[in-house]
Design a protein around this ligand. Structure first.
Ligand SMILES: Nc1ncnc2c1ncn2[C@@H]1O[C@H](COP(=O)(O)OP(=O)(O)OP(=O)(O)O)[C@@H](O)[C@H]1O
Ligand SMILES: [Mg+2]
Length: 204
């Protein structure tokens, strides 16, 4: 599919999402933490998944094997969808999951030009009601909505990672605040939506 423009696409909040237009302080827009295991990464993703309200864009950055897909596996669990088949969609490019909210998991690693990226319909996903989680989002920076949650993972050691989550607008700031609350209280989640539940956890 071809698109007329490839400019930044301001996200319209969906009707179910209430956001404040007031600017939040920088400290409430960024969250940096250490993840000491795969489970930590999945749990953080799960807290984020349980905090989603619909239509958000999660832009994931970081090198090969840093844990982007592991994080999305947690997000899918937090939405209450089956995470059995959450793998890097490197070959399929897009996987859709149907949990409490629909989510499209997109991997841009193998796409080298904006023309190729446009051809998979990225802009339609980004302007539609689905939550989108995009690995290698830097490949499509010009097409990303202004309001997105930027998630950057970095290697620290074989098993530990650092992660920074940065909100760039009111929708993502609300998501970040809700995720921080949810991450502080994981026991409030139903067991079926916790990444450490036997059903939900998947080792890789
Ligand atoms: N703290 C951690 N968080 C996430 N993954 C970890 C962690 N420690 C070890 N790992 C391992 O690192 C690998 C992460 O793989 P994953 O597919 O999630 O990376 P990715 O960033 O999606 O890579 P790609 O760019 O190839 O898609 C897995 O093998 C996982 O077991
Ligand atoms: Mg991946």
């Amino acid at each position: 599919m071809r698109f007329k423009r490839s400019v930044a696409n301001p996200r319209r909040p969906t009707g179910s999402v209430r956001t404040s237009r007031r600017a939040s302080p920088a400290s409430s827009r960024a969250w940096e933490l250490s993840l000491f295991s795969l489970l930590d990464t999945e749990r953080l993703g799960q807290a984020l998944g349980s905090a989603l309200q619909g239509g958000e864009t999660l832009a994931l950055y970081g090198p090969l094997g840093v844990g982007k897909t592991a994080f999305v596996r947690g997000v899918v669990a937090g939405l209450g969808a089956s995470q059995e088949d959450v793998s890097s969609p490197t070959f399929v490019l897009i996987h859709e999951y149907r949990g409490r909210l629909p989510l499209a998991h997109i991997d841009l690693y193998r796409l080298n030009s904006l023309r190729e990226i446009e051809s998979i319909g990225l802009e339609e996903y980004l302007s539609g009601p689905m939550v989108t989680a995009i690995e290698w989002a830097d490949r499509a920076r010009a097409m990303l909505p202004e309001d997105r949650l930027e998630i950057e993972l970095r290697h620290r050691s074989v098993k530990s990672r650092s992660i920074t989550l940065m909100a760039t607008g009111p929708l993502s700031a609300t998501l970040l605040a809700r995720a921080r609350r949810s991450h502080g209280h994981p026991s409030k989640l139903p067991r079926s939506r916790r990444a450490d539940s036997p059903k939900g956890k998947k080792s890789s």
